[in-house]
Design a protein around this ligand. Structure first.
Ligand SMILES: CC(C)(COP(=O)(O)OP(=O)(O)OC[C@H]1O[C@@H](n2cnc3c(N)ncnc32)[C@H](O)[C@@H]1OP(=O)(O)O)[C@@H](O)C(=O)NCCC(=O)NCCS
Length: 164
């Protein structure tokens, strides 16, 4: 890993175009839902998921990836649980540890926010992401067999969590 120049910061509105570019090219049938990234999708941020919910990894002023971290629950009893609701690195920048840097950044943020757990979902077919999460201490909490039908094949969905 040679990521001395990669920095992580909170996203801002001006990242919209770069993040949309990553979003439209990062996902495939083994990692995401093709229906959610149609070629004519025109925005990355949404009302429910604005810049404040994202950390971005940047190198020489170029945004190379993002991670989306949100409260899992809206009520106080669940306030210690955060969800990673998206993680993607630009295809050309993969395998350089940027996904790892973003996961470390959310662990740090979760600690600052007093969270005791980070949850996420991953397709069982997503080998690269599963390895990465495992390396960061995420464990499988549950399996939803045949949860999605993606391009003609059933895909299991896994619930993963890291306890802080
Ligand atoms: C999963 C993802 C975020 C990982 O990002 P990344 O910056 O490549 O992550 P890292 O470099 O920190 O590590 C990823 C692991 O996959 C391997 N890897 C991923 N893409 C690779 C590539 N193009 N070439 C070589 N190795 C690759 C890495 O070697 C590493 O595995 P290892 O530690 O066992 O060697 C990225 O592949 C991605 O954006 N995928 C599509 C979206 C996705 O699947 N998101 C997660 C959904 S739950």
């Amino acid at each position: 890993m040679s990521e001395d120049q990669v920095t992580v910061r909170r996203a801002v509105e001006a990242d919209e175009a770069a993040l949309l570019g990553i979003e439209l090219t990062a996902w495939d049938a083994s990692s995401g839902f093709p229906s959610l990234t149609p070629a004519d999708r025109t925005s990355f941020f949404t009302e429910r998921s604005g810049p404040e919910a994202h950390l971005v990894a940047e190198e020489d002023g170029v945004v190379l990836g993002y991670i989306r971290l949100q409260d899992k629950y809206t009520f106080p009893e669940g306030s210690g649980v955060l969800s990673v609701n998206g993680l993607a690195v630009a295809e050309k920048a993969r395998g350089r540890g940027i996904g790892s840097i973003l996961l470390t950044a959310v662990t740090d943020e979760a600690g600052r926010r007093g969270a005791h757990k980070i949850s996420l979902h991953v397709h069982a077919t997503n080998a690269a992401a599963r390895r990465l999460y495992e390396r960061h201490g995420y464990v499988v909490e549950g399996t939803h067999p045949r949860e999605f039908l993606i391009e003609g094949a059933y895909v299991d969905s896994l619930d993963l969590a890291k306890y802080i």
